[in-house]
Ligand binder design. Structure first.
Ligand code: 5GP
Ligand code: MG
Length: 189
């Protein structure tokens, strides 16, 4: 058994993902041409996206990380907790590009953006791999995005369910039995 067995359907294949990233990377290259900027990857979800994205932007940039978790139950996002920030000199006076895996309710990006502005960032823009506009509760639009997804819980390409599936090279929907209370990963039968 592999992780692939738990996937009901693939929404974006590896090939489609890379084509989408190429498009956004070209937009970012045009936008930041001649301007210093720092890509701030929001861990853990955006690590796969950010590493593919930055390698397609052939202009100078710096890289920083920030860890955020929303402690919700199961597949809903809850209270935002920011676990660590880049150092002060990586924020103050800088043009920051926040990179996240998915823009859902908008609370994560809204909260982080506010905090970085408070800490003296010059400009904070956002780039998301996936956008689920149907679920927005905070008025926030990503400046750059690769794909829009329907109101469905997805995994893969950095996105997890209960800590797993981040290493799938595509984006997919899980089989419904994976969410069932009786389901135990690794159990047979
Ligand atoms: P927001 O604060 O915008 O509601 O939520 C953003 C975070 O919720 C994402 O960074 C991600 O961790 C989680 N999230 C939202 N929708 C999904 C989804 O469909 N799949 C997974 N795996 N995580 C999601
Ligand atoms: Mg996340």
């Amino acid at each position: 058994m592999t992780l692939h067995n738990d996937i009901e359907r693939v929404l974006y294949s590896e090939k489609e993902i890379l084509a989408g990233i190429d498009r956004v990377a070209a937009e970012l290259t045009r936008t930041y041409q001649g301007r210093d900027f720092t890509v701030v990857s929001i861990l853990k979800g955006s690590c796969v996206f950010a590493s593919d994205l930055i390698r397609r932007i052939p202009i100078p940039l710096e890289l920083a990380f920030l860890a955020a978790s929303s402690y919700g139950e199961g597949t809903t996002s809850g209270e935002l907790e920011i676990n660590f920030f880049p150092s002060g000199n990586e924020i103050e006076g800088r043009n920051l590009l926040l990179v996240d895996d998915i823009l859902d309710t908008g609370r994560t990006l809204h909260g982080i953006k506010g905090e970085l502005m408070k800490r003296g960032a010059r400009e904070v823009r956002s780039c998301v791999f996936l956008d689920k506009p149907a679920r927005r509760t905070v008025p926030l639009t990503a400046d750059f995005r690769c794909f829009e997804v329907e109101n469905l819980f997805v995994v893969g390409y950095g996105l997890d369910y209960a800590g797993r599936y981040r290493n799938l090279p595509y984006v997919g929907a899980l089989k419904s039995e994976i969410f069932a209370p009786s389901h135990r990963a690794g159990a047979s039968g």
